[in-house]
Design a protein around this ligand. Structure first.
Ligand code: ATP
Length: 277
């Protein structure tokens, strides 16, 4: 009845060794893996299990990747949905999806629930009238609030669902309803920042494992010279370089392939045979 459903990975197959440049975050998240591997150990030691964890930071820096790695390391199912998939005009549909998501995750616990772009579902509630444009309280607003309330109910009822970890990701923490950030809901907030030069090198090395790179290529220089490039962009760079190597009939990726790939990613594909006056 209430579609779309969460995408489920029985096991994501992603490990912490696939994640680079955000070592502090990974270290902090290791505890969640320990918990998922053995939830009852936390009970025995009377340690409060982690509730929800908010991953925040700019696009493409590894929020989804690290969430998948938590499930992969613990070898548990991963239930993934985007915040926008809960946003419906029909009252009750979004909240039914939230209920359904957590119900499925609890049946298959231990498990991880991950909601990407959680700001789409959990934007600040604005009372009866929107402050910005005095729009009347309409069905869409009511639906959004009902959905958010259902999410809060699910997070508050987590004790009965021992063994489920909830992770949310956002690029816009400032938009989130403060109720969601209260302790006991998202009780941990982890910042996933863009990588520095060392982080970029580590990310390039992770992705270089998946392609055939010539030993003559010095990745350190590239890592230094690509400030502001996210993990997603660096991964794209190596994929594009692999394509360039094929096109240039090289057996492995050479420096010139990487340079061509950088040109394409920064300038865009060249127009062959088109005269620009
Ligand atoms: P968004 O906010 O757009 O959802 P995100 O932070 O969730 O972005 P990911 O989806 O995790 O970003 O990253 C996209 C891809 O980029 C990953 O699947 C991976 O290939 C690569 N990547 C991003 N960050 C890293 C990283 N820290 N280490 C290794 N690879 C990375």
């Amino acid at each position: 009845q209430s579609k779309p459903q969460a995408r489920v990975d029985g096991s994501t197959g992603v490990m912490f060794s696939d994640v680079a440049g955000i070592d502090d975050a990974v270290e902090e998240l290791q505890e969640l893996v320990d918990y998922l591997k053995n939830p009852s150990l936390f009970d025995e030691k009377a340690i409060k299990p982690p509730h929800g964890v908010l991953l925040e930071g700019p696009p493409g820096c590894g929020k989804t990747l690290v969430a998948k790695a938590i499930a992969g390391e613990a070898n548990v199912p991963f239930y993934q949905m985007a915040g926008s998939e809960f946003v419906e005009v029909l009252v009750g549909v979004g909240s039914a999806r939230v209920r359904d998501l957590f119900k499925r995750a609890k049946v298959n616990k231990p498990s991880v629930v991950f909601i990407d772009e959680i700001d789409a579902l959990a934007t600040m509630r604005q009372g009866i009238f929107s402050e910005s444009n005095d729009q009347p309280y309409n069905a869409a607003t009511q639906e959004r609030e009902t959905t958010l309330n259902q999410l809060l109910i699910e997070l508050d009822g987590f004790d009965s669902g021992k063994g489920v970890i909830f992770l949310g990701a956002t690029n816009r923490r400032d938009l989130l309803d403060p109720a969601l950030l209260r302790p006991g809901r998202f009780d941990r907030k982890i910042s996933i920042r863009p990588p520095g030069a060392k982080g970029r090198l580590d990310i390039l090395k992770v992705h270089a494992r998946k392609v055939k790179m010539s030993p003559s290529v010095d990745l350190t220089t590239y890592a230094k010279n690509l400030p502001g490039w996210s993990g997603a962009k660096l991964s794209q760079l190596l994929q594009e370089s692999a394509l360039m190597a094929v096109r240039n009939k090289h057996e492995s990726i050479l420096q010139s392939d990487l340079d061509d790939a950088i040109d394409r990613l920064t300038v865009g594909p060249r127009c062959v045979g088109v005269e620009l006056s």
